[in-house]
Write a protein that binds this ligand. Structure first.
Ligand code: AHR
Length: 500
């Protein structure tokens, strides 16, 4: 089979906001305790942070990390996590039915984020708390000095204000599982008033209003329209969350699910633009896809843990072990985010360590990379610059739930200052190889720097500690001739073709 593509400098989607390579650390399972933080571990640094984890996070070059939740934030009292550690309260953590010791709070997390060179995207509790507490937290974080909360921060040893720029107004407030779940009008009013007050404290911050928890929510997309009706003038982004899984064990249909993701993005953009028109506003509401990933492997075990063995510190929760086909799915989702870089300005791979994560730790051992580590790494390394929309003529196939599924999904990124173009492409046809012929007409003189490929005979192959089998390799099956790139895209493969 053959596919044809044209890539041209002028087929510009948008400048990519580096924050689309954001991620997420929630106080959940072993993300914080025994994940990023494990005093006493052989690699722990002077602050108790695991150096082996720090190194892998740095390798991923994550520019932004959402914190502290997630569902966790909806009953979180941030004051519990600041001040002398020995005086901190232990709490019942209701979202994940765990024990929160508060040994790590915002100052410890900020220290860790600095070590990995990431900014914090801070979430406020709009489940069980409200405007005043969100304002207090912002004053603690961003006000220089001379007020109760800014001086409290200084008394905790943090002289300089953090200047945290991006703030989430609660989390998944449309979900009935959320503590303090609200109707669209209840949430919209609260979010608007909270945003208004927070911007009085610091007008430089940007705020994210909660969109739907996933596209199949019964309240989607009315939730978006109804909440934005209240928040449009006060916020800068609306959030999208979406996880996929091969729950029916039908790989072809699983890999087609990014068609649903695209429909989700289009619908949220439409809801934003509808409210923009309704309000005669000039402001463009952008999207923060602040939770996305594959999540389904661990669900049954998690229900059992939370039901039958609650109130543990750092329980094993949401520890999905990813297959190779999950890595393909993550690659497809990354391509989708890049294809919509004109409106998606923030995105967070949920999550980063141990909890539905690319990085896993052994309690008494080392770290290891899940299969999904690699597509994220490649996109974060080579997917910065201008997103270019390829004109793509690809064979298609049908699956049980989707028609006209493109065999090839692709996007290109032009890094002008380095004179490099990277083509990200997935062949999601699980049966047939495809020869891609790509006209690179506006990139005269460019040659192939490398063609990285990931493929596995068994799509269910997983990695494990000391046994990392799913790895990228170099393909020799691409060539450049007079501005035409010819590349063999093997069935069910992730491809990164770098040209310069
Ligand atoms: O990322 C795991 C959970 O998924 C988050 O806590 C919640 O926001 C979402 O439902």
């Amino acid at each position: 089979k053959n596919a044809k593509m044209i890539i041209d400098k002028s087929f510009r989607i948008a400048e990519i906001d580096k924050r689309i390579y954001g991620s997420f650390i929630e106080h959940l399972g072993r993300a914080v305790y025994n994940g990023i933080y494990q005093p006493g571990h052989p690699t722990a640094d002077e602050d108790g942070f695991r150096r082996d984890v720090l190194d892998l996070v740095k390798e991923l070059k994550v520019p932004l990390i959402r914190y502290p939740g997630g569902n966790f934030v909806s009953n979180y009292f941030w004051e519990d996590g600041v001040g002398p550690v020995e005086q901190r309260k232990k709490r019942l953590e209701l979202a994940w039915r765990s024990l929160e010791t508060n040994e790590v709070g915002l100052n410890e997390f900020a220290k860790w984020a600095k070590k990995v060179d990431a900014d914090i995207m801070m979430a406020v509790n709009l489940g069980t708390r409200g405007i005043a507490d969100a304002c207090n937290l912002l004053e603690y974080c961003n006000h220089p000095s001379g007020t109760y909360y800014s001086d409290l921060r200084r008394s905790h040893g943090v002289e300089e204000a953090y200047g945290i720029k991006t703030w989430c107004l609660g989390n998944e407030m449309d979900g009935e599982w959320q503590i303090g779940h609200k109707t669209a009008d209840e949430y919209g009013r609260l979010a608007a008033e909270t945003a208004k007050a927070m911007k009085l404290i610091d007008s430089s911050i940007e705020m994210v209003s909660c969109g739907s928890s996933f596209a199949a929510m019964p309240t989607f997309p009315e939730w978006e329209a109804a909440t934005l009706n209240h928040t449009y003038d006060f916020v800068d982004y609306i959030s999208l969350h979406q996880y996929y899984g091969n729950t029916m064990n039908d790989t072809a249909d699983y890999l087609a699910l990014t068609m649903d993701m695209e429909h989700f993005i289009h619908t949220v953009v439409s809801a934003c633009d509808y409210i923009k028109a309704k309000k005669r506003s000039k402001k463009v509401m952008n999207l923060s896809f602040d939770e996305w990933n594959v999540w389904f492997h661990s669900s049954e075990a998690d229900d059992d843990t939370m039901k039958n063995r609650p109130w543990q510190k750092a329980p094993h929760l949401l520890e999905d072990i990813y297959t190779f086909e999950d890595a393909l799915m993550v690659g497809l989702m990354l391509i989708m985010l890049l294809k919509h870089a004109d409106r998606v300005k923030v995105a967070c791979l949920a999550q980063l360590v141990n909890v539905i994560a690319p990085i896993m730790t052994e309690d008494d051992g080392g770290v290891w990379k899940q299969t999904i580590f690699y597509p994220f790494l490649h996109a974060s390394l080579y997917g910065r610059g201008t997103a270019l929309l390829p004109v793509l003529d690809t064979p298609k196939h049908d699956t049980i739930g989707h028609c006209d599924v493109t065999d090839i999904e692709s996007v290109a990124v032009y890094r002008e200052e380095k004179e490099e173009v990277t083509i990200f492409a997935v062949n999601r046809n699980i049966h047939e190889d495809i020869t891609l012929s790509c006209d690179l007409r506006s990139f005269a003189g460019y040659d192939i720097l490398e063609h990285i490929i990931m493929e596995e005979g068994d799509l269910k192959t997983v990695n494990a500690y000391g046994r990392e089998r799913v790895l990228p390799k170099n393909s020799k099956e691409s060539e450049m001739d007079e501005g035409i790139l010819t590349a063999k895209l093997h069935k069910a493969s992730w491809n990164v073709i770098r040209l310069g």
